[in-house]
Write a protein of this length. Structure first.
Lengths: 247, 366
């Protein structure tokens, strides 16, 4: 009589132990995912989502936004095969991502050959403008370096345009259902995007807004560009080209 | 089955970044071994900076006078986990196991502190400790009011800030040191853990007593940042931090102006206005005008900076928010640019500034 009971108890105990082990493995995986997610999102947002399934917090914060994309990327895609395009693009993104992170920024999104990086969104950063401009300059130097590698392989060099602007924006988790992202929205974001587009018109690699210019000192060698009409802005935009940073 | 935990995910440089100092006398080594259980590789390096060497033991041995030892241990775990300090986090986990928790319970705690059966006042205290540690932003008076309303006394809040501050100081110090995991972690692992763990548990129960508070002297209250120490008066951490700051300011290794600038940069990074102003007052006593000092803080650069300040000021800023895999390479980069004792003292000054600036919120609610 006792033997069957003992057998059942042993079987049950084994099942329970296996269930516990699976739970522990899943917990560990969730924790690693949390850790990775946390790098791109403030910790309190991650905790909100875990506890409530959603984060509805939105905050107005002063941020600096950097937009960058590759010049004539469409033409490059038409010339090169898809595998080569992906390889070149990933090589570029790898380099510029490191630079942005090293300068206390984070990439909010990749948009084809372009990216949007934010400085000062996850945590207060009194030097966010300096960080963003230094990142832009370092990105330009990194691309020049990358181009030497590409040209050594018989490939065409890349050109990039970068626009930097600072202002107040709303930061929060935006989206619905399964597609959400932590990002910033507002006029400052649109302005940064417009400034990046102006790099083509002004034939220069890095353009900065008036707001950014006001926060820079004489280590940053810049030239004022002629005001340009842009979509969505009542007044022409004044921008400044960054030529060099003196160490 | 090995249960993976947060410790496994921390990227940490090996070996330790502290250069070895001159040989220590046998008596000092014996005393260190008695207190720590072993002689860490960084100890002779810290010995080059007396105030920091003393602080290491004083901070490591302080126990709370008002809040429970358990709550203090939980704060230490939470803050160390948040800061991803491999050394302190490992030690905090070990302490909780040596004082009664199982590995499974500690793992659950790491995932969500609020799974533990805590009183509302303790939960509020932990929440406040987390806000102090993260400083995103620095806690406002309302945060202190919430913790008081949950049943904590002002003295308890002062002690929570003190305990969080101790963890913050040690976390930063050990991160910049890249201190390797303490051998004490083995007391709860391996085949002999079933013997070692209960023995250690008894030892800690016998030796860990509640702390005693000592009143501040008038001289300590008049120190720079004295308002903070006054707000902490009544808990052991007031005198602990006051003595450490006094020792730091009196040390002749790094110039006082350099130390004050490091404090000011860290205060600016944490957006702690009152703390920044106190640091600026100190800077002005060293010969720079207010405008000159503010310009340095705005740019993190200036022709007025000495070569050493030009190296250390930008790195001080990097010690505020980064994870170990960001901070440690930056610290390694400057190690060979300055003298060993200057390097070690910089680590101490930056760690102290990070702790004090975050704790300064307590002035508004104690």
């Amino acid at each position: 009589m006792l033997l069957p009971i003992a057998l059942v108890a042993a079987l049950y105990d084994r099942k329970l132990r296996r269930a516990r082990e699976s739970l522990e493995t899943l917990s560990g995986q969730l924790e690693r995912l949390q850790g990775s997610f946390h790098r791109f999102v403030p910790q309190y947002v991650v905790e909100d989502i875990i506890q409530r399934g959603v984060s509805t917090r939105g905050e107005q914060r002063p941020v600096t936004i950097l937009f960058a994309d590759i010049v004539d990327f469409t033409a490059m895609c038409e010339r090169a095969g898809p595998e080569l395009v992906v390889r070149i693009l990933n090589g570029y993104f790898q380099r510029v991502s490191k630079i942005i992170a090293a300068n206390n920024g984070h990439i909010s999104k990749f948009m084809g050959d372009g990216l949007m990086a934010i400085f000062g969104a996850l945590e207060p950063n009194p030097w966010q403008v300096l960080d963003a401009v230094k990142a832009a300059y370092a990105m330009r130097l990194a691309v020049m370096d990358y181009n030497r590698e590409l040209q050594a392989q018989g490939l065409a060099p890349l050109g990039i345009g970068i626009g930097v602007h600072c202002g107040d924006a709303v930061a929060g988790v935006i989206g619905s259902g399964e597609l959400v992202e932590y990002t910033v929205i507002g006029d400052a974001v649109n302005t940064a995007a417009r400034i990046e587009k102006l790099t083509r018109k002004h034939q220069t690699g890095i353009l900065l807004s008036v707001n950014v210019r006001e926060k820079l000192d004489d280590r940053f060698l810049i030239r004022e560009m002629p005001p340009s009409e842009v979509k969505g802005k009542p007044e022409p935009l004044v921008t400044f080209a960054l030529d060099k940073i003196i160490s | 089955m090995t249960i993976p935990c947060g410790l496994d995910n921390i990227e940490w440089i090996n070996p330790c970044l502290i250069p070895p100092g001159p040989p220590m006398d046998p008596q000092t080594i014996k005393s260190a071994r008695k207190k720590l259980g072993y002689v860490p590789e960084y100890l002779s390096g810290f010995y080059m900076v007396p105030w920091l060497y003393d602080a290491l033991f004083a901070f490591g041995g302080v126990t709370p006078a008002v809040i429970s030892l358990r709550l203090a241990d939980l704060v230490a775990l939470m803050v160390s986990q948040d800061n991803s300090c491999r050394y302190c986090y490992g030690l905090a986990r070990t302490m909780l196991q040596l004082t009664g928790m199982s590995e499974t319970q500690v793992r659950k705690l790491e995932q969500d502190f609020y799974l533990l059966d805590l009183a509302p006042s303790e939960k509020a205290a932990l929440a406040l400790a987390r806000k102090i540690s993260r400083a995103n932003p620095i806690p406002a008076p309302g945060d202190g009011a919430q913790a008081l309303a949950a049943g904590n006394s002002k003295l308890a809040l002062a002690e929570i800030a003190g305990v969080a501050g101790v963890s913050l100081f040690l976390n930063r110090m050990m991160t910049m040191t890249a201190a390797q995991p303490s051998p004490l972690e083995q007391a709860v692992k391996g085949s002999m853990a079933f013997v070692k763990k209960p023995l250690r548990r008894i030892l800690y129960k016998l030796t860990r007593k509640p702390g005693q508070s000592v009143p501040l002297t008038d001289a300590q209250k008049r120190l720079p940042f004295g308002e903070l120490f006054t707000a902490l008066e009544g808990v052991p951490h007031a005198v602990l931090f006051a003595n450490t700051l006094d020792g730091m300011l009196a040390s002749q290794i790094l110039p006082r102006r350099c130390k004050a600038l490091i404090f000011a940069v860290i205060a600016r990074a944490l957006q702690c206005g009152a703390f920044e102003q106190a640091a600026l007052n100190l800077i002005q006593r060293q010969g720079l005008s207010g405008n000159e000092a503010r310009e340095i803080l705005d740019r993190l650069s200036s022709p007025l900076l000495t070569p050493m300040e030009a190296i250390l000021i930008p790195v001080a800023r990097e010690t505020v928010r980064g994870q170990p895999n960001q901070i440690q390479p930056r610290i390694l980069h400057i190690r060979d640019q300055i003298k060993p004792d200057e390097f070690v003292e910089f680590i101490g000054v930056a760690s102290l500034a990070n702790a004090l600036a975050r704790m300064s919120c307590v002035i508004n609610f104690c």
